[in-house]
Ligand binder design. Structure first.
Ligand SMILES: [Zn+2]
Length: 200
């Protein structure tokens, strides 16, 4: 897989992530104008998050308990308001296409190691699949195979075979079908297709 493909997919991811975050800003603005109380709750929650972090650093456990209680009650109040407006509880979060990697394409395995998220793996697979022409399988398969487009004329000087092209292609088709049928067998040998560049 070339880096070019991965880089272009990651650019798409950056765009998706940015769109989701800009969309959140717009939704927030509209909602806060409609319900200013929600803006106050969000500001308080942000402030408490900073204060809690500071108290953790100071190991001030009694203050942390008080703060956590306030945070829980504010979150409940926020959920109640959203519920009354028939909005989902995650309405004030970005609507990422992939909730797992938040449209970054990567997930952290631990604090220093990250790996490709399944959504990005799938996109890379789709790319290889399309490039290999395997995506045409629903229209190009044994059932739609039409040997009648090959001539049934036997002409050694013209076709370099002492059988007709139709008979030849039918033999090839039968060998391929046998290969598919016995694919799981350890005695089945590989198939090798050769020809001039561009032929398929
Ligand atoms: Zn993902």
């Amino acid at each position: 897989m070339s880096n070019e493909v991965l880089n272009s997919l990651l650019k798409e991811y950056d765009q998706k992530k940015l769109r989701a975050e800009l969309d959140l800003e717009k939704r927030k603005e509209n909602l806060y104008n409609q319900v200013p109380k929600l803006k106050k709750i969000e500001d308080d929650l942000n402030l408490f998050a900073i204060t809690t972090a500071k108290n953790i650093l100071k190991t001030n456990t009694s203050s942390i308990d008080v703060l956590l209680k306030k945070v829980t009650s504010l979150k409940k109040e926020k959920a109640k308001i959203l519920n009354e407006l028939n909005l989902p509880t995650d309405y004030l979060q970005p609507f990422y296409t992939c909730k797992i990697c938040q449209d970054t394409g990567y997930i952290m395995v631990n604090s220093y190691k990250k790996e490709l998220c399944n959504c990005l793996k799938q996109k890379l697979l789709n790319y290889s699949f399309n490039k290999s022409n395997l995506s045409n399988l629903n229209t190009q398969n044994f059932d739609t195979f039409n040997e009648s487009i090959f001539s049934d004329e036997v002409d050694l000087s013209k076709y370099k075979f002492n059988i007709s092209p139709r008979k030849n292609i039918t033999n090839i088709k039968n060998s391929c079908m046998k290969f598919v049928k016995n694919f799981d067998s350890i005695n089945q040998k590989n198939l090798l297709f050769t020809g001039n560049t561009g032929l398929r």
